[in-house]
Design a protein around this ligand. Structure first.
Ligand code: ADP
Ligand code: MG
Ligand code: MG
Length: 637
């Protein structure tokens, strides 16, 4: 998403007519990118995080907290700083779906030395501070995954009302006025997704059944046939796209390495989702899930009844199993090919065209599969393009396939290489936690590449894991399919040593994959699996690190270990505990205004370091602020 440049969105009818046009030119554009950049090599590791924030406003007297619809005002100031000094700013700010959301990234990507891990948290703090300076005394920017009372009566400041019978969202709960108004893209997506689908999006999350929980949950089921009485029903894009997450992008040295990273990180998506679970409360109710994933997936599910398999196919070509926001359907590397065990839909002509342009089977299938989705947002200025130079039609489809992983080709005429994006994580309350997760994932990529590990399991098993990961308390209680024997013929001796030690003295003929808890995957299981943290430790032990950076990395790894083992709580479990132990809680699964106020006030105090919270953060050295990256170290990450 660019800066706040306006454009003229087409109506749904106009957009629909141009679906084939976008498909044809989008694929041509990818082919041209590929031809120009397939042999690009020698790029170094660069990486960066993206964090989304929800702006809230506290009313102390009334004990109420609302989402504050001021993102446009705040962004205009932040973006002006960038405009005046594009290379000097330490943070970049972008709009997000909701009028109460903003997204921040570091001003420049980080690079490949371990010393960079020492500035991640400081940059996150600085970013938060930068926003806070533009807010009023009673406002705050929270990095929470979901606003607990989103869609409840009067949840915005200033007050707005939903308009079920007019406008674009037509929700019983979520007003059009809560959609980001500064760029037409968002409202356009809302309208087109609803129109393409032919009805409201529908999300039904099972309610958490406490002793006095009322079933039916509310009257939605009387008004909407899609609403299930024992579920929290949501009917708007805002319920999902109005949630926040934590994402990471890595640059690979070439296209091959990008494919490997894309594949190897895929089995980690559900594990990291369970580990970062942070959203048990939706629309004012405690639900039986801990994560946003299925909510956001349903919130942009533009499939028609035919595509969902509700009606026989007539107008549409395919029955499609997943929403355009979902886990990936296929691996891209040679190693991954045998694990592509779910059907991959595509138009044969698109696939053939890609193949005839010299693109291999796996990549051709991936791109053709992305293009089974129609465009749901088109601007009149962008219809006619030069496929040799422009990439908007490709990006149009690529950027509305919101999957767990994204394979990103280099932008034309830039110094940027082939990248992959890691997209499953929920965002955490503190910069410390977010920095820990980011550094852990980056370290894992280094271990995977230098130890040449193979974490692949069948894609169908990754899908199963994605569903399990969202269940209440999954991080402690669920078991996940995971590969046990992860070293390869080409892994260096230290990797084999680390794994073989864990496999116990006598070599066991092990099944390739088994079911493990998050704890076993992260911390290891004697006799079966070395554990991701021990592998990282083994990798780090061979490197020269300055004491300060070492200390930072170790406290992040310790945090991940404790989170996985259950010594400290996931954000989701902590929120459940806070709500159910609140004196005003009536054991009815309802998160009242008052409980929400106390919860978010506590979240604010924790993020500001005013309140310590050992059961959420564990052992932690209090924040050090490091402004500059120390000189590059000898050992590259
Ligand atoms: P998107 O919204 O498409 O995912 P953003 O531009 O919001 O992408 O964020 C991309 C992330 O990639 C940021 O964290 C940024 O710092 C990082 N980044 C920028 N340039 C590179 C690069 N060359 N390689 C890897 N990451 C990069
Ligand atoms: Mg972004
Ligand atoms: Mg992103």
């Amino acid at each position: 998403m660019g800066l706040l440049t306006e454009g003229t969105p087409l109506t749904w009818e106009e957009t629909k007519k141009l679906a084939e046009h976008v498909r044809e030119h989008g694929i041509n554009q990818f082919i041209n990118i590929y031809k120009k950049l397939r042999d690009r090599k020698g790029d170094v590791l660069k990486w960066g995080d993206e964090i989304e924030y929800i702006l809230v406003k506290f009313n102390k007297g009334a004990k109420e907290v609302k989402v504050s619809l001021r993102a446009v005002d705040i962004l205009s100031v932040l973006n002006e700083k960038e405009y005046n000094d594009p290379n000097g700013v330490k943070s970049l700010w972008r709009p997000e779906f909701a009028a109460y959301m903003i997204e921040g990234t570091p001003g420049k990507p980080y690079e490949g030395t371990l010393a960079h891990f020492n500035v991640v948290e400081a940059n996150m703090k600085m970013r938060r501070q930068e926003v806070m300076e533009l807010l009023t005394q009673d406002e705050c920017a929270l990095s929470i995954t979901a606003f607990p009372r989103l869609g409840c009566e009067n949840f915005t400041d200033p007050p707005t009302v939903p308009t079920p019978n007019e406008g674009n969202t037509r929700s019983l709960f979520f007003p059009d006025a809560a959609v980001f108004p500064g760029h037409p893209r968002f409202m356009n997506l809302v309208r087109n997704i609803r129109e393409r689908r032919g009805e409201h999006v529908a999300i039904n999350l099972p309610i958490f059944r406490d002793t006095d929980t009322k079933i039916p949950v509310d009257d939605s089921y009387k008004i909407r046939k899609a609403a299930k009485p024992d579920c929290v029903y949501m009917d708007a894009m805002g319920f999902g796209m109005g949630c926040c997450c934590l994402q990471l992008t890595f640059q690979a040295c070439n296209i091959e390495e990008a494919r490997i990273l894309y594949d190897q990180l895929t089995p980690l998506c559900p594990i990291m989702l369970a580990l970062t679970a942070a959203s048990p409360v939706h629309r004012g109710f405690i639900t039986d899930v801990d994560c946003r994933w299925n909510v956001i997936s349903g919130s942009v599910d533009c499939r028609t009844e035919e595509e969902r398999g509700v009606k026989p196919l007539k107008e549409n070509k395919f029955v499609i199993k997943k929403s355009r926001y979902d886990s990936i359907d296929s691996y891209l590397s040679e190693q991954g090919e045998i694990y592509n065990d779910i059907p991959i839909l595509y138009n044969k002509e698109d696939y053939e065209k890609l193949r005839n342009s010299g693109i291999d089977d796996l990549l051709a299938q991936h791109i053709a599969h992305l293009f089974i989705r129609d465009t749901v947002s088109l601007f009149s200025e962008k219809i006619n393009q030069n496929d040799e130079e422009d990439t908007d039609h490709f990006e149009n489809i690529q950027s509305t396939n919101w999957q767990t992983m994204r394979f990103k080709p280099p932008p034309p005429h830039s110094t940027i290489g082939w990248r992959v994006e890691f997209r499953p994580c929920e965002v955490q309350i503190t910069d410390f936690e977010n920095a820990a997760i980011v550094c852990f994932v980056v370290l894992l990529t280094r271990v995977i590449l230098s130890y040449q590990l193979n974490l692949l399991i069948p894609i169908s098993k990754v899908d199963d894991n994605m569903q399990n990961a969202q269940l209440r308390n999954a991080c402690r209680e669920q078991r996940f399919w995971f590969r046990k024997d992860i070293t390869t013929d080409v892994s260096p001796p230290e990797a084999n040593r680390c794994c073989k030690e864990a496999m116990a003295s006598e070599f066991k003929e092990c099944n390739l994959i088994g079911q493990m808890t998050v704890n076993e995957i992260i911390n290891g299981k004697q006799g079966e699996f070395p554990g991701l943290i021990p592998l990282i430790q083994s990798y780090l032990s061979g490197m020269d690190v300055d004491a300060d950076t070492h200390c930072t990395i170790q406290q992040y790894l310790k945090f991940i270990q404790q989170r996985a083992s259950g010594e400290i709580l996931t954000t989701a479990t902590w929120i459940r505990k806070f709500v159910t132990e609140h004196p005003a809680y009536k054991h009815d699964s309802v998160v009242s205004e008052e409980i929400n106020y106390d919860l978010l006030e506590t979240v604010r105090d924790i993020q500001e370091d005013i309140k310590s919270c050992p059961d959420l953060l564990g052992f932690r050295i209090m924040s050090k602020t490091k402004e500059n990256v120390p000189h590059a170290l000898e050992n590259d990450v």
